[in-house]
Write a protein that binds this ligand. Sequence first.
Ligand SMILES: Cc1cc2nc3c(=O)[nH]c(=O)nc-3n(C[C@H](O)[C@H](O)[C@H](O)COP(=O)(O)OP(=O)(O)OC[C@H]3O[C@@H](n4cnc5c(N)ncnc54)[C@H](O)[C@@H]3O)c2cc1C
Length: 474
Amino acid sequence: MADRQITGLAGDARAVPSDTLDAFAGSLGGSLIYPDDEGWADAVSLWNGMITKRPAAVVRPVSTQDVVRTVDFVRENELELSIKGGGHNIAGLALCDEGITLDMSAFKGVEVDAQAMLARVGPGCKLGDVDRATQEHGLATTLGFVSETGVAGLTLGGGFGYLTRRFGWTVDDLEEVEIVTADGTVQRASRTQNEDLFWALRGGGGNFGVVTEFVLRLHEIGPEVTGGLIAWPASEAEGVLDLYRRTVESSPRELTLVVLMRNAPPAPWLPESAHGTPIIVMVACHSGSAEQAQADLAPIKSHGEPLADLIQPRTYLAQQSLLDATQPRGMHFYWKSEFLPGLSDELFETYRSQFVGLEAPANQIVIFQIDGALNEHAEDDGAMGNREAAFACVMQAMWKGDDARGDANREWVRSAWQALKPYSTGGNYVNFQTADETDERTQESYRGNYERLEAVKAKYDPSNLFRINRNIRP
Ligand SMILES: Cc1cc2nc3c(=O)[nH]c(=O)nc-3n(C[C@H](O)[C@H](O)[C@H](O)COP(=O)(O)OP(=O)(O)OC[C@H]3O[C@@H](n4cnc5c(N)ncnc54)[C@H](O)[C@@H]3O)c2cc1C
């Protein structure tokens, strides 16, 4: 086999001798694959179809020892490395261009210790893998709204979902990790060992090494919750947003409410006459008793004349995949996000005005309620920070790759973002940053915690081996 051109750490293309690559492949329990090999398409597949990056080779490790060998190999040969968890990152951070991608998909284990209320989770798991395993014990940890998202990227970037109001960011449920750092050593980090590294991993992304195991705290949840969607015509938006604000201000932490506006999809749960017309939707998840849920959700269910009301008792697992179909893999996606400290009339007016005359079929702005437990921690309790966030606001566009509206969609997102930015806490979510976002946006995300992150980066990854991420420079 001929030598291969692989991107080096300095961005240069370097020829790596075939016998060097063969010796490395032979040292692995897993495999080293190239573009013509079986499994390649899966290994480089990403959720966001807009990303065109392709690595020169993919390593598929099956053990921590394989990860150590890979880290040693890329460091010694000064090669570019990316790490793929679930491949859901919107900026395509799982892949590098012509470098080596470490595809962690074989790390699928979930071990539940129901007594200790802990789960040991492999970094190749999707959220659904974890929820299915923990729900067998009536337990759950704080994970996101779409079950196909990877646990690794979500957790390392902070993480939020329907349980955030009760238990905080996903990183507030993180108890321990096993990680292979840039020097090729296997370390454990927790609140009592390698505390600085653990602090940085609680939000600092893939900057510090390759995580080979997450230990997450569990809570009693389900098996049933009360949840689902309810939709009204957008002509009702003013009243619905007012109801949303009144409800979120007074509801217990068991209830999480999300609100969004968009043009109605051609979904079977909506009347055909509404398809393509502007709508406003609330998504609810109530993890308290059915009686409590019924009482807390009554004002919403009895408001106006909804086009559809799917809020009902359902399994927690069904709730966790309720929105999956709205985010189909392979479409082109472009987002911007801000954290909001609260809601105001002016904010809602600006929000509603983004939809006047909007033709794009799938553009939306989603406001997720997240206030509660996360606000009770100090700003520097973990790198994630953003402890004054009460809502996450995401402006989203989605279109087919051959749709000529791509540029207009991106422009709509940017313009909505500029209009809504004045209502932000000043912080944003690193996990929602797109490929065109700058280092300044990453600094804005970590704000007061950024300098401390730089110090931990300098200690554990001084040569910036782990750089295909929202990069903290050492
Ligand atoms: C449809 C959709 C819905 C979402 N919903 C939510 C939500 O409800 N809540 C929420 O908090 N976020 C949500 N997100 C954002 C999500 O958290 C990020 O996209 C996250 O990066 C996805 O993780 P992943 O493992 O799939 O990512 P990947 O693309 O595989 O990786 C992303 C980053 O994580 C790093 N990484 C991955 N694995 C490892 C590892 N083992 N060790 C070290 N670094 C690693 C990589 O270096 C890379 O920088 C959503 C995203 C999508 C696309």
